[in-house]
Design a protein around this ligand. Structure first.
Ligand SMILES: Cc1ncc(COP(=O)(O)O)c(C=O)c1O
Length: 408
């Protein structure tokens, strides 16, 4: 006898990051933290190994009145000031001419999973990149979807050929598409698509939309760590060319932008050529929000609005220091990788660099060898993720060489 739904998956969750991070912690206790490289954690850490919590974000948060923190949000779709500011923030510098709606969600996770749950029916297929954040698959499984993946790279660029062929196959079968693209600063490779690549994707999706509705999730969780913030938005002008039968759900997260992972604040920004399109999805999303999480922390929304308006310059400057630091760390790793011919996926910017593996057997072997040498990383499909976001410059030095040696 079981208590859960007939379709419930009774296999306990395997958190690939948590398990290895625990091993790293135990090892550090045994042999000293200075002798361990813990490149598992996907949050921003400073050079002393402390979790970063932006002063420009949390000093103000701590001053918010208790009653504001205690209060429910103004509505199930979020506070209007927050909804408006998310749109301004995400589209800053881009000239978007689409209808839009913003629905507040618990982090970017809420935005992605809400889109999954309300766009496809059980048994239908969602299209994911073959190298991707693991939660997409879990979300798909929870919704009883099938998953198919496009190969993310062809040499060192976006694999449009694979993208097209996978989409066409699914379209033939179900006359509808739900696709995830995680861009810019892709987790786990750090790839960012060019305007040309986006244009090609949009042109192709418009063709698909003659056969059935197309919903594209653009997961922008790490967008605020792009080296060129205006350009990270400018590429979205490509969305202006979508046809009436294409809808884009941009999954925004305050978690990384504000180093406020625990405040559970994010949003789905819906974009469509038609007002009816965004309104239809908003109606469905609002009911879903009410039924699942009800509303988003009031103070977290208000704080984001304040930080990105009144405190704009100090926030930007504090965040920029960490973008620079990420660049410093990735430069060290990548320069060395080049010198020793360590294969890595095309990294542009962001929290992670991923070492290429021939297959997952090789990956498992190297991952274990690294552990045996006190280097802790995260396994991803066809690769090994190195979280430079949580690794000091000092610990980054020599790492590519060590991995290369252990790969031979
Ligand atoms: C690719 C990607 N998307 C979305 C998220 C969502 O994070 P959160 O729900 O904390 O906003 C994460 C977090 O790790 C991520 O890596």
């Amino acid at each position: 006898m079981t208590f859960t739904r007939k379709v419930a998956d009774l296999v306990p969750i395997v958190d690939t990051v948590f398990a290895v991070a625990e091993l790293a912690k135990a090892d550090a206790q045994k042999i000293g933290a200075e002798n361990v490289v813990n490149a598992t954690i996907g949050s921003l850490f400073d050079e002393k190994g402390e979790l970063v919590a932006y002063k420009s974000v949390f000093d103000h948060y701590n001053q918010i009145a208790n009653t504001t923190k205690a209060k429910y949000a103004a509505s199930f779709v979020g506070n209007d000031s927050y909804r408006e500011q998310v749109y301004q923030w995400v589209s800053q510098g881009a000239n978007l001419n689409l209808y839009h709606r913003v629905i507040a969600t618990p982090g970017g996770s809420g935005a992605v999973s809400m889109t999954f749950a309300n766009i496809l029916d059980a048994g239908e297929t969602v299209i994911l990149p073959n190298i991707a954040w693991g939660s997409y698959k879990l979300m798909a499984m929870q919704n009883n979807f099938e998953v198919t993946t496009y190969s993310l790279f062809e040499e060192d660029h976006f694999n449009l050929t694979s993208f097209k062929s996978v989409c066409s196959e699914v379209l033939n079968k179900q006359k509808k598409l739900l696709i995830v693209i995680n861009d810019p600063c892709h987790n786990p490779t750090g790839y960012s698509m060019t305007r040309k690549e986006w244009d090609e994707v949009i042109t192709f999706l418009n063709e698909c939309s003659e056969i059935g509705p197309v919903v594209l999730i653009d997961d922008i969780a790490y967008i605020d760590y792009a080296y060129d913030i205006p350009q990270s938005r400018k590429v979205m002008e490509s969305f202006n060319n979508i046809s009436n039968n294409v809808l884009i759900s941009v999954a925004f997260s305050c978690s990384k932008t504000c180093t406020s992972y625990g405040l559970r604040c994010g949003a789905a920004l819906l974009l469509s050529k038609t007002e009816g399109g965004v309104r239809e999805v908003e109606i469905v999303f609002e009911k879903y929000a009410r039924a699942i999480w009800s509303n988003i922390p009031n103070a977290a929304m208000d704080n984001f609005t304040w930080v990105t308006t009144d405190n704009y310059f100090s926030f930007l400057s504090e965040k920029q220091d960490y973008i620079d630091l990420l660049k410093q760390r990735s430069d060290v790793f990548l320069d060395e990788a080049k010198k020793v011919s360590l294969p890595v996926y095309p990294y542009h910017e962001g929290f992670f660099v991923t070492v290429k593996c021939k297959d997952n057997t090789e990956r498992d072997e190297i991952h274990q060898r690294l552990i045996n040498h006190h280097i802790y990383t995260v396994k991803v499909n066809l690769g090994i993720r190195v979280a430079i976001c949580s690794l000091s410059v000092n610990k980054t030095k020599g790492l590519a060489t060590a991995i290369k040696m252990l790969m031979e």
